[in-house]
Design a protein around this ligand. Structure first.
Ligand SMILES: Nc1ncnc2c1ncn2[C@@H]1O[C@H](COP(=O)(O)OP(=O)(O)O)[C@@H](O)[C@H]1O
Ligand SMILES: [Mg+2]
Length: 226
């Protein structure tokens, strides 16, 4: 099992009121799964992604990632685990605007102790996977929205993470570009990557093999296909 959440809750305190953003969720994910997390705005999708991605820790409950309890680690340890295990793709791409595609994708490898030559090889390979081998010198402003998101996916992939997390990755794209991005995820799934995509669009979720629906911080359905 890659992920095992047991009775996870995340409570935000806002003055005197408490917001139960995630309310007693248990969930298991095996390596190689391709999952959509759906639900209306405010249902807890981003919160659960931040917990799964070790960007935040739960108020209570257990989270075992790759056989390790990570629910109550400090920020430094969490950052270490994130760098090693998890690739993120965001709705707004989060690329460095002054850096070209190659430099953006290479970034996560800068702090690893691999040689510059090997770094370059892995970077070009990740850009090849997302179909951008001929755009490596382009800066974000010189790329289409779909191409920018593909750069972000290449950056997420470049250090061979065990888990790819995407929060509304097609939210800023038109439907044709969104479809292109989902085809990249489909291909990564065929190559046995583990992928979790947050979306509120049924046609995006249709690409995945399992759909988990949230409402008010709880899982209300969890369906596997075929
Ligand atoms: N940092 C925060 N502080 C306080 N409340 C938050 C915070 N982040 C999210 N929430 C609240 O938690 C609930 C779930 O939010 P979120 O996970 O962002 O939902 P979704 O991504 O499904 O729209 C919402 O009620 C939201 O207002
Ligand atoms: Mg959200």
């Amino acid at each position: 099992m890659l992920i095992k959440l047991s009775n996870i809750s995340k409570i935000y305190k806002m003055g005197l009121t408490e917001i139960r953003a995630i309310d007693g969720v248990s969930l298991e994910v095996e390596a190689g799964e391709y999952i959509a997390i759906m639900g209306p705005s405010g249902s807890g999708k981003s919160t659960i992604m931040n917990l799964i991605g070790c960007l935040d820790t739960p108020t209570s409950g257990s989270y075992i990632l790759n056989d390790m309890e990570v629910a109550h680690l400090d920020d430094d340890r969490l950052a270490e685990i994130r760098n090693k295990e998890i690739g993120f793709v965001f709705q707004t791409f989060n690329l460095l605007s002054r850096a070209n595609a190659l430099q953006n994708v290479e970034l996560p490898l800068i702090y690893s102790n691999i040689s510059a030559k090997e770094r370059r090889r892995q970077t070009l390979q990740a850009l090849e996977v997302v179909g951008l081998r001929d755009r490596v010198r382009h800066k974000p402003s010189e790329l289409s929205g779909g191409e920018r998101q593909r750069v972000a996916i290449a950056r997420a992939l470049v250090n061979n993470c065990s888990l790819l997390l995407a929060d509304e990755p097609t939210g800023n794209l038109d439907s044709k570009m969104g479809e292109e991005i989902m085809q990249v995820f489909d291909q990564l799934h065929e190559q046995e990557n583990t992928i979790i995509v947050v979306t509120h669009e049924e046609h995006i979720a249709r690409h995945t093999k399992r759909v988990i629906r949230l409402l008010d911080g709880k899982i209300i359905s969890d369906e596997r296909k075929g």
